[in-house]
Ligand binder design. Structure first.
Ligand code: DAH
Length: 342
């Protein structure tokens, strides 16, 4: 009988020693299994109960339960200690050195084309224009036919135009948006239409098979060439500075009559002549003219009642001029070191 008591005491001592030695949670669990588990030492004492006299059994049960409680309490205490130590070690190993240089978030940058476009839009929206868009894949009908560009016109050559099929092309200009807007029949019209255009050109410093234009169109009663001139002069002054002069040179476009090309005085040398303007003092920036009466007619507008003017600006050309970029290809390489400068 006291043998059993002795045995239980011994178990408590052994377990306490083993718990004290356990330096991690796995070892502690091994101790639990060895002493308290189904095949553990304390359980073995209970299993030996059958050899104990019936009146002694409650006492033995009591000893075993006390021993179990004692061992469990100590184990629980030790477990908490080990868990805390583990957590601390983890925090230690995962700590961040806040003095290290941070990983940089690379911010993008607005493209010079976008900056230039937003500038042009700001100017025309300020004059009451609406910004509209048309499709990049366009019917031959709008890209050419309704703009007075007949079937045998050189612009329609496959050398110049990307054909999807005989009726559909990648638009070669933003001018078809004029026809689309006029056809809607809502008058008066005061719009600009920026967008991508396509021509079968080889890439070089001033050419690309895909570039951007900004189309402008005004249709109303009593619109004259004076309106066109005043508008574009104001546009040039806003874009290139208040001292900018403009020059209208006669030109030909099929969908305007009369037509002109517009030069601005070189904003680099003020018109004296420099490398930038190739010594001429002038820089060409756009094409324009009075909307051809036949174009108005084809788009359902009575040319006896309404007149209009139109213009087309190359967006890249504006960006290159404004930011003094000497090679158009730089605009398409999207090198952030280049883009960041504007
Ligand atoms: N679409 C012409 C081109 O790509 C540019 C142009 C000229 C547009 C005169 C116009 C205009 O609206 O009136 O060369």
């Amino acid at each position: 009988m006291s043998d059993i008591q002795e045995k239980v005491k011994q178990i408590i001592e052994d377990a306490t020693a083993k718990i004290g030695q356990a330096d991690n949670l796995e070892k502690l669990n091994d101790v639990r299994v060895a002493f308290l588990g189904k095949k553990g030492e304390l359980t073995a004492v209970l299993k030996g109960m059958k050899n104990v006299a019936a009146e002694e059994r409650p006492k033995v049960g009591q000893w075993v339960n006390d021993a179990r409680n004692q061992i469990e309490n100590y184990m629980e205490e030790t477990k908490k200690k080990l868990e805390r130590a583990k957590r601390e070690a983890q925090i230690e190993s995962e700590s961040i050195d806040v003095t290290l240089p941070a990983k940089k978030m690379e911010m993008g940058h607005r493209h010079p084309n976008t900056i230039a476009l937003e500038e042009v839009e700001r100017i025309f929206v300020g004059m009451g224009y609406e910004v509209v868009e048309g499709p990049e894949v366009e019917y031959d009908l709008y890209n050419f036919e309704k703009l007075n560009i007949p079937a045998n016109h050189p612009a329609k050559d496959e050398q110049d135009t990307f054909y999807i099929n005989k009726d559909i092309v990648l638009r070669t200009q933003t001018s078809p948006v004029q026809a689309r807007i006029m056809e809607q029949g809502k008058l008066p019209i005061r719009m600009i239409a920026p967008g991508r255009v396509f021509r079968s050109d080889e890439v070089d410093a001033t050419h690309s098979p895909s570039f951007h234009q900004i189309e402008g169109l005004v249709v109303d009663k009593n619109i004259t060439f004076a309106d066109l001139k005043g508008t574009l002069e104001e546009f040039a002054r806003e874009l290139f500075g208040p001292d900018t002069k403009t020059k209208f040179r006669p030109h030909h476009f099929p969908f305007t009559e009369p037509s002109a090309e517009v030069d601005v005085s070189c904003f680099k040398c003020g018109g004296k002549g420099c490398r930038f303007c190739k010594g001429s003092g002038w820089i060409e920036i756009l094409g324009c003219g009075m909307v051809h009466p036949h174009v108005l007619e084809m788009c359902g507008i009575d040319p006896n009642e309404y007149t209009g003017f139109a213009f087309g600006v190359g967006l890249e050309r504006i960006a290159l001029l404004k930011y003094e970029i000497d090679d158009m290809r730089l605009l398409y390489e999207n090198d952030i070191r280049f883009l960041k400068q504007f």
